[in-house]
Design a protein around this ligand. Sequence first.
Ligand code: AMP
Length: 294
Amino acid sequence: MAIAETHPQQQEKVSSEASAAEKKRWTLGDFDIGKPLGRGKFGHVYLAREKRSNHIVALKVLFKSQLQQSQVEHQLRREVEIQSHLRHPNILRLYGYFYDQKRVYLILEYAAKGELYKELQKCKYFSERRAATYVASLARALIYCHGKHVIHRDIKPENLLIGAQGELKIADFGWSVHTFNRRRTMCGTLDYLPPEMVENVEHDASVDIWSLGVLSYEFLYGVPPFEAKEHSDTYRRIMQVDLKFPPKPIVSSAAKDLISQMLVKDSSQRLPLHKLLEHPWIVQNADPSGIYRA
Ligand code: AMP
């Protein structure tokens, strides 16, 4: 795969010494490679240090052959294009990229506390304070994205990382789109898909409100709301908005009220994200710093 010539705006310098005028192309030689941080579908992620600035980053190494085999080059290009232009404390920075004959390298912000998914597995479910803090940070990040006409479309625990301070970072823009129009593409994981995407009809930024509702539920109950053994049952439950709140764990009625206002079939009736930030459950539980302290 040949990612087009490096875009000047994606050439942001990790090195503070490098001048803006200097058209630097990154190479592997610019980094000291440290421990592996994890393995993804298309390659590995390593801790790395940019030699000139000593800046710590995560270097994601993707194999071109695997990207080609799975026909995701276009998706990666879009991900790079979108993520490199976003600047928000709750969105993982993509500083730049480079490639050689066999691999593509993404220079990413290092999220020192790792995957949110693992935290959720460890705790089974989060406290209301923790869940509300994460939901508010995500709402702020999504308001920022939507303001730039970017719809994420794949909000789920696996795509969230935790920074050194405990702040949430949206990490994966593989399914996101930059759009001024309503979209009609089926994407994302079934459990988080809103009815309009399950049905493959037009959708807009309000798909992210639905997914945030699913995520809020999963934070508080440890499982997504429409989970079922068979895909067809999940599909049916989503279409009917078959939303049930189990008696355990005990969750406040304010939290349930908020979730019910996000998981609404008619996308135009979902609680707008700026209203979500004013909801009593968020106001009473979310840490205003956006940082969850255990
Ligand atoms: P991915 O290919 O994005 O699924 O990444 C594979 C794994 O590497 C993830 O599940 C994380 O554990 C880890 N990882 C990826 N990106 C980062 C990052 N920026 N900071 C810290 N760990 C990361």
